[in-house]
Design a protein around this ligand. Structure first.
Ligand SMILES: C=C(O[C@@H]1C=C(C(=O)O)C=C[C@H]1O)C(=O)O
Length: 404
């Protein structure tokens, strides 16, 4: 599917309205893909990439040529990918979808989300302690970088209003890749990722890794200061360089051309600044499936560490919980293997009265444990804003802090 071609705007009928608890959504650039119905739902192991692609190809073989599927792959290679092949996928202009969704939402505007409790799966002290422990690993020179994350569970008085959260995500983050995916456990994985792992269209490849971050600030003067601090930060430039080096190693064997800018740029989301590099390439074999490459890039050192084989088991040890789909990858692909994959960050798993939020930060030898914790707090703001609970969240946090 080539999104550079003119897209026909399809109007939904009342009977086929988009429901975040049932349908998949993925936005990219100025377009939005939304699913209707489920033709097939499958789970597939991801530890063997060639087998994964063979399984996917076999499952799509007898389907019409214009079939599009959505999938979410977990962080951990011993877990399974969830694939949804819908009955139908509509392609919308993103602004038109946004306006339509907002208008459709009018009757449920009143149903706000009221936060009742916060449960940290790792406390601030535990997270900072894990950073200290990780820094000791750098001393023994086993590791260049490791990404540590936390999960926070938020409980609400009523079941979460999924429509409202998605509407807010679409409106608050104009750029980025919005996604909504109904997972097998009955939850909805919803968020807006700023990070493109891979876009593949015929022979053309693009990836846009982010690593090295600083929270945004409402004051323009402070904002300008933060941008220059981030751009000049040796610690963040190193964190970023480790990712670029790894991606270059994975992509080179696939590509006849690979263009990697000599230095990163700054990219902003609604809440953060990041160091960003847009890498483009041409494939030697244009028929290579996007997942063949994406599953080998995943997890990059932006979400895991370097070397991957050392960072991977250390993450399990230091975080002491499973990431599940968080920091995995999510995207769409067509029968020809074209597709787009983004990393599962700035998101939440919504289930009945509960939202589980995820945030991580890249740790290198020069990391300061408190700053890394604050970075993860700032990264939660995307979802706190979308849930419309930021003020209550911080008020409750302060109370918890005082009580301890
Ligand atoms: C892990 C997250 O973000 C990742 C880590 C980053 C960093 O360490 O600077 C930046 C972007 C992402 O690659 C997250 O948002 O939860």
């Amino acid at each position: 599917m080539d999104f550079s071609q003119v897209i026909q705007l399809e109007q939904y009928t009342k009977a086929a309205q988009f429901n975040p608890e049932k349908n998949c959504l993925f936005t990219t650039g100025t377009h939005c893909l939304v699913s209707q119905g489920v033709r097939k739902r499958i789970t597939l192991p991801i530890n063997d990439t060639a087998q994964l692609v063979a399984n996917i190809t076999a499952n799509m073989r007898d389907l019409p040529d214009d079939t599009i599927a959505f999938a979410a792959l977990p962080f951990c290679k011993t877990e399974q990918a969830q694939v949804i092949i819908p009955e139908k996928v509509s392609r919308w202009d993103k602004a038109a979808f946004n306006a339509w969704f907002d208008a459709e939402l009018a009757p449920v505007h009143g149903q706000k989300n009221h936060l009742s409790a916060i449960t940290d799966i790792q406390s601030q002290a535990q997270f900072e302690q894990a950073v200290v422990q990780a820094k000791q690993l750098f001393d023994s020179e086993q590791l260049d970088k490791i990404v540590l994350s936390k999960q926070t569970q938020l409980d609400f008085e009523q079941p979460i209003n999924h429509h409202l959260v998605l509407r807010n995500l679409l409106q608050q983050s104009q750029s980025g890749y919005h996604f909504s995916f109904p997972t097998l456990d009955g939850a909805t994985l919803m968020g807006v990722s700023p990070e493109l792992l891979l876009k593949k269209q015929a022979e053309a490849l693009t990836t846009n890794p982010l690593a090295g971050s600083i929270p945004r600030d409402p004051c323009p003067k402070e904002e300008a200061h933060r941008r220059s601090v981030l751009f000049a930060s040796k610690k963040d430039r190193y964190e970023h360089a480790v990712v670029i080096e790894d991606i270059q190693q994975v992509l080179s064997p696939f590509c006849s051309k690979l263009k990697i800018p000599a230095q990163p740029e700054l990219l902003s989301t609604a809440t953060m600044w990041h160091l960003s590099t847009v890498i483009s390439g041409a494939l030697q074999h244009p028929e290579t499936h996007s997942l063949m490459i994406a599953n080998q890039l995943h997890p990059t050192p932006a979400l895991c560490g370097k070397p991957t084989s050392v960072a991977y088991p250390k993450i399990a040890e230091l975080e002491q919980h499973s990431r599940g789909l968080f920091s995995g990858i999510i995207g769409w692909f067509d029968k020809q293997g074209n597709g787009e994959w983004v990393v599962v960050i700035r998101c939440a798993q919504l289930y009945k009265h509960t939202a589980t939020l995820f945030a991580g930060a890249g740790i290198v030898a020069a990391s300061d444990p408190r700053s890394e914790w604050l970075e993860t707090e700032a990264k939660l703001n995307t979802m706190l804003n979308a849930l419309e609970i930021k003020q209550t969240y911080y008020a409750m946090r302060n109370k918890l802090h005082e009580a301890n």
